[in-house]
Design a binder for this molecule. Structure first.
Ligand SMILES: Cc1ncc(COP(=O)(O)O)c(C=O)c1O
Length: 386
């Protein structure tokens, strides 16, 4: 029970929070067009709230929440064609998934070099710094994917892992993971696939008959995969999964856990909310593979529409998008991006490629794109771009 004064205080704090929230940009406005996140599905939001007070760092206290975690991991392992002995680890997102994968690769190989492409996510820079590992960066081909020949040249006695990207942060490109898989099998090297973005896209692209690249455990050389539910899984932040080929590898990244009810704790985090797990469970149950296929199909249809509208106004794309990520060539990048931002349109800029990045997430609609394109055209005309 709270008294009158406390009630007033309570209400005032909520009002204060609303004021802060009102300063934020809102996915529902349709004007956030460069983010890899989205407003979670309603069922995901409701599921989250129900489990806000649970702690998966102590599963003995929360056996129901733990059951949800097991279900969710199995859903994702199945999506990734994982073999029977595989296992999943819930992580906070792509960064933690990649860090944990490299922790494992380093432990298994006792080596410390990571071969990866120029378009790998910057989380690998954190990994190099945190774990004293060395990044061997490979240039991209003209398709903006890792150059396989150059990968072969860089393998040596110190190679701990090779990274394949399935849905790059910059352009949504997919490396030739089948070829990387063959190389890693031949050379006995750990192959980690960063599918933080593409993990919830590529399996469904296949189902709706888009031509795409294999990236999952069907390829025998793939040892681990990062996949995020808080990106294209339509779920709440923070939720990713690191899927690994062999359950017993978990021993390498486990420690004895005194003061909890379990003997061991695996992975980086200790206390972990069950909220995001329940959120991802709820949306994966609600949509199922059929629902996700429809969602991805809709995002791809809108992607194709945006591509054609952008070309119509005289701009060029960096490459034909393989998934729902579009890179638009812009010479006067800072000016165009700032102008769009001042007008309320939040696109991302990729300086390295001199392009604007549009990510066609579920909150985008044809209506908002039809509003955006004339504004983009006007801004590009002003800057002398077109
Ligand atoms: C391919 C890829 N990997 C990893 C990450 C990092 O994910 P997070 O920001 O969820 O840690 C991202 C984020 O955009 C990504 O695109």
């Amino acid at each position: 029970m709270i008294n009158k004064i406390e009630k007033k205080k309570f209400e005032n704090i909520l009002k204060e929070l609303d004021n802060f929230k009102n300063k934020d940009f809102d996915f529902s406005s349709g004007k956030i067009i460069g983010s890899m996140c989205t407003k979670p599905h309603d069922i995901s939001i409701q599921g989250y709230i129900k489990f806000i007070d649970t702690n998966l760092g102590d599963p003995e206290l929360f056996p129901g929440t733990y059951e949800i975690e097991v279900y969710l991991k199995n859903f994702i392992l199945n999506l990734l064609n994982a073999p029977k002995l595989a296992q999943g680890l819930i992580v906070s997102g792509g960064t933690e998934g990649n860090i944990t994968a490299m922790w494992l690769a380093k432990k298994l190989s006792k080596k410390n070099e990571i071969i990866l492409s120029k378009s790998a996510h910057f989380s690998f820079k954190k990994i190099a710094s945190l774990m004293n590992m060395k990044l061997i960066t490979i240039p991209l081909t003209k398709e903006y994917i890792i150059d396989i020949k150059k990968v072969k040249n860089k393998i040596n006695d110190n190679t701990a892992a090779i990274i394949g990207i399935a849905g790059s942060t910059e352009l949504g490109t997919i490396d030739s993971i089948p070829q990387l898989s063959d190389i890693c099998l031949d050379e006995n090297i750990f192959l980690h696939v960063d599918a933080a973005f593409g993990g919830f896209v590529i399996p469904f692209l296949k189902k709706i008959n888009y031509k795409t690249t294999d990236f999952d455990f069907k390829l025998k050389g793939v040892n681990s995969i990062t996949i995020d539910a808080h990106k294209m899984g339509y779920s709440a932040i923070p939720l990713g999964v690191l899927a690994i080929r062999k359950q017993n590898w978990l021993n390498k990244i486990s420690v004895e856990s005194h003061c909890t009810n379990s003997e061991k704790q695996t992975g980086i985090l200790g206390t972990r909310s069950g909220g995001p797990v329940a959120a991802a469970y709820a949306v994966s149950k609600f949509l199922g593979k059929k629902g996700y296929s429809k969602l991805i199909g809709d995002c791809m249809n809108l992607t194709r529409y945006i591509e054609s509208e952008i070309i119509k106004i005289g701009l060029e794309l960096i490459i034909k998008p393989e998934m729902n990520v579009i890179g638009v060539k812009i010479k006067n990048l800072d000016y165009v991006n700032k102008k769009l931002s001042d007008l309320g349109w939040k696109v991302n800029k990729i300086n390295r490629l001199s392009c604007l990045r549009i990510v066609v997430m579920p909150h985008l609609t044809k209506k908002s794109i039809d509003e955006f394109i004339p504004i983009l055209k006007k801004v590009c005309k002003e800057s002398g771009e077109i």
